[in-house]
Write a protein that binds this ligand. Structure first.
Ligand SMILES: Nc1ncnc2c1ncn2[C@@H]1O[C@H](COP(=O)(O)OP(=O)(O)OP(=O)(O)O)[C@@H](O)[C@H]1O
Ligand SMILES: [Mg+2]
Length: 405
């Protein structure tokens, strides 16, 4: 069918033509926003899940939800080895600019912006000060203040800064929501500071929340930073779509183009995608391009599947596999071989077994394991196990030729 009208959208953070199966999360967030608006205590929200389940897309949707209630919002995408201070400053700047026009006292906004600027340009204690040449400018037109949020200790500074931001939001009778994607990539120090700030804000009922998204081990990262984090955040596990939602993700956009699926076609599609949103989009897209006419049949899906798989092998699996060094690839191949077949292929594998199968001492494999965790390819599961962050990755690896030697 006409590829120009193909509605499906496989791609990182690509807004799907139909956001299926997330009503529960949207409903919960609505309540959170409403409660905070009424000064009720609420916890910040954390979305966790595997690669491609739709965390970024959901995070963006929650952001729109906050914007439609006239909240100030900003977003950060955390990166390994990048301190939070500057990206957070930019996000908060954006959030405050959104609500500033509703504020009656522009002086208060300027006061806040000078604190924000002081926070932004402060280097961390223990870090060398930036050279004049590459000193970064946050793009804030007021002079930096001194004495608040500029100690250089991110934990102290963040508590002060976010409290001040929240009080601006209180003035205008709204709130601020900060969205942090790939949150597992924050440094322990930044995680700890964020937890401390959220803790402080929740105690005073301040209208500022953090909404994080990250890989399945993010809760462990947070509780390693602060033991009270389990009570501080509300964890929402974002999972693959159930059959009904996966069908809806495919059928609703097609119906808008007057295209139908035969029930058997949907069976084959669900079998292939396992309900993982990225795969739903990828198989949907290839099927659409191959199908000669409506209704789309099971055979159309079978004919299109190799194309979808080839596309995924390059864009979804291959691009990630290439980030690994040869030693890390060996580690993942051993994991894949041990992970069991098909439906269980995303199961966790004991690290001791990986060492045994590679005939290595467990300690000698720690560097490879840690590097893979840092690259976001695997994560530590229950005691002494690791699992792939990428769904169906074990299956993909088993189809790859092993290098000679
Ligand atoms: N609820 C949904 N219904 C249908 N399609 C969805 C849904 N959520 C996400 N998708 C699609 O799935 C794909 C992956 O979404 P997204 O990038 O948000 O995943 P992610 O969890 O952030 O992945 P990563 O961990 O790699 O960043 C996109 O193509 C998106 O359009
Ligand atoms: Mg994402």
């Amino acid at each position: 069918m006409d590829p120009v009208r193909n509605p499906y959208a496989p791609g990182a953070g690509q807004r799907p033509p139909e956001l299926a199966g997330r009503d529960r999360e949207l409903g919960i967030f609505d309540v959170v926003l409403e409660r905070i608006a009424r000064g009720r205590p609420e916890r910040s929200v954390i979305l966790t899940g595997l690669r491609g389940v739709g965390k970024t897309v959901l995070l963006n949707t929650l952001r729109s939800q906050a914007i439609s209630r006239l909240w100030g919002t900003g977003k950060v995408e955390a990166r390994p080895d990048q301190p939070l201070r500057r990206p957070l400053s930019a996000a908060l700047h954006m959030a405050v600019r959104e609500i500033a026009p509703h504020h009656r006292a522009p002086d208060r906004i300027d006061d806040f912006l000078s604190v924000l600027k002081a926070f932004a340009i402060r280097s961390e204690i223990g870090e060398p000060p930036a050279k004049m040449r590459d000193r970064w400018q946050p793009g804030i037109d007021v002079a930096a203040s001194s004495g608040r949020a500029d100690s250089g200790d991110i934990e102290i500074d963040l508590v002060e800064l976010l409290s001040d931001a929240a009080s601006i939001a209180t003035d205008v009778g709204t709130g601020i929501a900060l969205f942090i994607d790939e949150m597992q990539d924050l440094s322990p120090r930044d995680v700890s500071a964020l937890c401390a700030a959220c803790h402080e804000l929740s105690q005073t009922g301040a209208p500022l929340i953090v909404v994080g998204a990250g890989l399945p081990h993010l809760p462990a990262v947070l509780s390693a930073a602060k033991s009270y984090s389990e009570r501080l955040f509300r964890y929402l596990r974002i999972d693959r779509l159930d059959r009904l939602s996966a069908d809806q993700a495919l059928c609703a956009p097609a119906a808008r183009e007057h295209v139908d699926f035969e029930p058997k076609a949907l069976d084959v599609l669900y079998d292939a995608s396992g309900g993982y949103p990225y795969f739903v989009q990828a198989y949907g897209k290839a099927t659409w391009d191959h199908a000669p006419q409506t209704p789309i049949t099971a055979d159309d899906v079978r004919v299109a599947a190799p194309d979808a798989e080839a596309e995924l092998a390059v864009g979804f699996f291959g691009s990630r596999f290439e980030r690994a060094t040869p030693a890390e690839r060996d580690y993942m191949r051993a994991m894949a071989a041990l992970a069991g077949t098909d439906s269980e292929s995303d199961a966790a594998v004991p690290t001791a077994e990986i060492a045994r199968s590679l005939v290595r001492k467990p300690a000698s494999l720690s560097p490879a394991r840690d590097a893979l965790i840092k690259k976001g390819l695997i994560y530590c599961g229950e005691r002494g196990t690791v699992a792939f962050t990428v769904p169906h990755f074990a299956r993909y690896l088993r189809t790859q030729p092993t290098p000679e030697g």
